[in-house]
Design a protein around this ligand. Structure first.
Ligand SMILES: [Zn+2]
Length: 91
């Protein structure tokens, strides 16, 4: 085998919102990462660390900020600073 394989239409990856568990195109979701500096919003999808996806529904963000789903998905406890950061990124 030699030569490059041309990439034809790639299917859009699907990810699941950790709050409502609905699947969406990856680009419609926001990746949130548990980093050494707390939660970071990751628009590029390239940050290292355990990530979780949230959909564009503001009610999912509310539940992520107030509830346990996001912390469970990221295996961490959200701090007030993390919640503030999420609040600012909330759609
Ligand atoms: Zn959702």
């Amino acid at each position: 085998m030699s030569g490059k394989q041309l990439q034809h239409r790639r299917p859009t990856p699907q990810r699941t919102c950790v709050v409502c568990h609905e699947k969406h195109d990856k680009r419609l979701l926001v990746r949130v990462v548990n980093t050494a500096h707390g939660i970071q919003i990751d628009p590029t999808g390239k940050l290292e660390g355990r990530g979780a996806y949230l959909c564009g529904s503001s009610s999912c963000w509310d539940r992520a900020i107030q509830g346990q789903a996001l912390g469970n998905a990221l295996r961490m406890a959200l701090t007030d600073e993390d919640r503030n950061r999420l609040q600012q990124a909330r759609p």
